[in-house]
Write a protein that binds this ligand. Structure first.
Ligand code: ADP
Ligand code: MG
Length: 300
């Protein structure tokens, strides 16, 4: 008796399903949409409501001009049916605009920022002002890109006035290299030291090792930190030593030239030590070519 009831119910359900499917088909967009799905009507009628949602999202996408105008329920995604035998499953797939964006931004996974603003990940060599002051730097970048991976290449000690675009330039180079799969860290050095001290018992070792070993490193704004024996002799010294031995290109930006930086490094909270400061400067000189960028302050 029970099984007869079931069969009857199923028949009724089937009729109701078919009716609501036919109802939905009175909408031309829906009708056109289901023509693209390789399934028989008997299968489709079980999914009318989801297919209506998917059809609606499909239409939104067809008329869409870009991600900011997305009308779908999950921004950048569209509900998509997939036929599997006698059933249909639905999943949210990235739309073409989101896919383009994901592809365009894929290089960003190769760059790690330590205490830096994210805007530097969008710095691009294409957009760099190509004025006379930047020509030697851009030439250096060209050489660097050509030689990297083929022979030893030095990093850059780029010093000059505040806001002239030093960090932006090196970030643009790193972004270019990231597109080729080269990993880098852009580290705002003064703040990094503060946070490194604070994280002493947590991820200190990991952060310290990342700076030592990453393919390309920028120590940004060196000389602006409060110099202590600890950060000069236990942090900076070993990082530079390791990178020198392993031939890992290392970049610096600073408001100070090398002799000003040397004076800065000599005076710590514990006294004056010219020899240790000299040793750091020697390492920087071995690791880098030195260029200057004095230009108007771009932050105004
Ligand atoms: P610095 O490191 O020399 O103090 P930044 O690299 O931080 O200067 O640049 C200062 C500001 O100018 C930043 O907001 C940066 O995004 C912008 N900027 C610098 N150079 C360029 C450039 N070539 N194109 C676009 N914006 C730039
Ligand atoms: Mg800077």
């Amino acid at each position: 008796m029970k099984s007869i009831e079931r069969v009857l119910n199923k028949k009724v359900d089937h009729k109701a399903l078919k009716e609501s499917f036919m109802d939905a088909c009175s909408n031309k967009d829906f009708k056109d949409f289901i023509k693209t799905i390789p399934a028989k009507e008997d299968v489709l009628i079980n999914y009318t409501s989801s297919l209506e949602d998917a059809s609606c999202e499909y239409k939104n996408c067809k008329d869409c001009k870009g991600l900011t105008n997305c009308k779908n329920s999950v921004k950048g995604y569209l509900l998509t049916p997939e036929v599997k035998g006698d059933s249909i499953s639905f999943s949210y797939n990235a739309c073409k605009y989101l896919n383009d964006k994901l592809e365009k931004d894929a290089y960003k996974k190769n760059i790690e920022l330590f205490e830096m603003s994210k805007e530097m990940m969008d710095a691009s060599l294409k957009d760099i002002y190509k004025d006379a002051k930047r020509i030697p730097i851009l030439k250096y970048f060209q050489e660097f890109t050509k030689k990297y991976g083929r022979e030893d290449v030095k990093g850059l000690y780029l010093h000059g006035s505040f806001g002239s675009g030093k960090t932006y330039l090196v970030a643009a180079l790193f972004n270019e290299m990231a597109k080729k799969g080269i990993k880098s860290v852009i580290c705002y050095y003064p703040e990094f030291l503060r946070s490194l001290k604070a994280s002493f018992n947590e991820d200190f070792e990991e952060r310290f090792n990342t700076l030592k070993k990453v393919d390309l490193l920028l120590l940004d704004d060196i000389g602006a930190e409060n110099c202590s024996n600890w950060n000069r002799d236990e942090i900076l010294g070993p990082i530079l030593q390791y990178r020198m031995e392993e031939h890992l290109p290392t970049f610096f930006t600073s408001n100070l030239n090398l002799s000003e930086l040397e004076k800065n490094l000599a005076i710590t909270t514990s006294g004056v030590d010219k020899v240790k400061a000299r040793r750091i400067i020697e390492r920087i000189k071995q690791l880098t070519d030195v260029l200057e960028l004095v230009s108007k302050n771009r932050r105004d």
